[in-house]
Design a protein around this ligand. Structure first.
Ligand SMILES: NC(=O)c1ccc[n+]([C@@H]2O[C@H](COP(=O)([O-])OP(=O)(O)OC[C@H]3O[C@@H](n4cnc5c(N)ncnc54)[C@H](O)[C@@H]3O)[C@@H](O)[C@H]2O)c1
Length: 431
């Protein structure tokens, strides 16, 4: 079979997507998905064949949209640029909006899209404060649409196996663990230079592991405390608001009153020629076992003169995302980073086309219950992000050593500083 392309019947239902942000993650995962969906469509028995089209994009300058158009692998789409790009995009008939802007701009993009009654998919972390999460959840309910977030590490086969062992009782009762994710300097120095001031690597990447821990070992346990500290001086001045590296500790309480603690270390100032490129390692310790995973030790190590470690990675993760020549001589790009996005479009297609219109609300609820991606299940992750950002902010102003307590009698998120009697309420309601 040379190609899977088939021409769908004229009446094939279509999902029109709007894309906000055309940066690195768009290029790595959304672009190949839209190309694939354009070529092959989407099919499941429950909803039949469905077309998915990238109809409109919004970005800061429009330059990447122009490059995308010139590449010619996607049919015509509308490109909106500048400060009102999103509102302009929303004037076009789209059914779905994917938000892949820098993390402190997710909320506004998602809010406007939900207000316009679009299904929304947000890149991790969904938002930075529980107050924002509450607003988006209320809007999604009022408008009868999905509000979901992408944490692709949940779809990594190794993490799926970890959760399978936990759910099946093979690995019992997690007690503690560590995770580390170190990004190269090139990320902070050039890729994100436009928006990095005031930001930190934990919000950007520790969330992968925060979510992994919360989703894999929860939901019966309760989040208790958050502590964070970090270093400055490389990306920006040592007294400034921009962080080089962050160490975060999160503590949960199991239903049997035993605590579990996890340390998550992140950085975006690792030398660019470090062989790990994005160096990732985890260890989780259980009552009856230990789970160790190391990105560089699970797969390929390759050196090519003049190409590694920059153009080609020394330890590539082909499971996340890779370009391949399939054994049947087709070129492809695939991996769990792309699969997880396709899954979202399948979920939307299921809601819209997966049965009679009068059962749409049931299908919407059915998808919302799939907590791996629903915004309603992102509360602990957002609480941890909100806490860590507040702790770093205090540290920047000379007040280090704070701790944020969760669902304390005083409030949902309460920041206590050494020597300060009154705690600061970051979020008043229950997390
Ligand atoms: N799933 C993952 O592992 C993963 C990996 C990288 C990034 N991300 C997430 O994706 C998001 C984007 O990251 P990136 O690496 O693509 O960043 P990037 O800096 O490469 O791209 C950001 C894009 O957003 C656009 N943009 C910025 N402000 C905008 C606005 N107000 N309106 C419209 N467009 C705007 C820019 O023009 C650019 O196209 C971040 O939230 C990040 O955490 C996820």
């Amino acid at each position: 079979m040379a190609s899977m392309n088939t021409v769908p019947p004229h009446s094939t239902p279509c999902l029109r997507a709007g894309m906000v942000g055309l940066g690195m993650i768009f290029e790595d995962t959304y672009r190949p998905l839209f190309e694939q969906l354009h070529a092959e469509g989407l099919y499941r028995r429950s909803f039949g064949p469905v077309e998915v089209a990238l109809s409109a994009v919004a970005s800061r300058t429009g330059a990447r949209a122009e490059r995308l158009r010139l590449a010619g692998r996607l049919p015509a789409f509308i490109s909106c640029a500048g400060p009102s790009a999103l509102s302009e995009l929303l004037r076009h008939p789209v059914d779905v909006v994917c938000v892949a802007t820098p993390d402190d701009r997710h909320f506004e993009g998602a809010r406007q899209a939900l207000l316009a009654r679009k299904h929304v998919l947000i890149e991790k972390p969904s938002v930075l404060r529980l107050q924002e999460l509450d607003d988006l959840l209320t809007l999604a309910r009022e408008q009868g649409v999905l509000a979901r977030v992408v944490y692709h590490k949940l779809a990594d086969p190794d993490h799926k196996k970890l959760r399978t062992h936990v759910v099946d009782g093979v690995l019992r009762h997690v007690n503690n663990g560590y995770c580390s994710l170190l990004e190269p300097k090139q990320i902070s120095g050039s890729q994100f230079a436009e928006w990095i001031t005031g930001r930190n690597p934990a919000t950007y990447v520790a969330v992968h592991y925060i979510k992994l821990i919360d989703f894999t070992f929860g939901p019966e346990w309760k989040l208790q405390r958050i502590h964070a500290t970090g270093q400055r001086g490389l990306v920006g001045p040592s007294e400034g608001p921009t962080w080089d590296s962050v160490q975060l500790q999160i503590v949960y309480l199991h239903p049997d009153n035993r605590e579990a603690a996890f340390d998550i270390h992140t950085s975006w100032v690792t030398p660019d020629n470090f062989p790990g490129y994005v160096e990732q390692e985890v260890q989780f310790r259980f009552d009856n076992g230990v789970w160790n995973a190391h990105q560089r030790r699970r797969g390929v190590e390759v050196t090519v003169e003049g190409k590694t470690p920059h153009e080609l990675k020394i330890t590539p993760n082909h499971h996340y995302n890779g370009t391949f020549l399939e054994p049947w001589n087709q070129r492809s790009q695939r991996g769990y980073g792309i699969e997880v996005l396709q899954r979202f479009f399948e979920e939307v297609a299921h809601v819209e086309f997966g049965g009679p219109p009068d059962r749409r609300a049931d299908r919407l609820e059915e998808v919302r219950r799939l907590s791996y991606a629903d915004l309603s299940a992102d509360r602990n992750t957002v609480a941890i992000v909100q806490a860590l950002e507040a702790l770093l902010q205090k540290q920047r102003h000379g007040q280090s050593g704070g701790v944020v307590r969760v669902n304390d009698p005083r409030g949902g998120l309460v920041l206590d500083l050494p020597g300060v009697a009154e705690g600061e309420i970051l979020y008043p309601h229950r997390v």
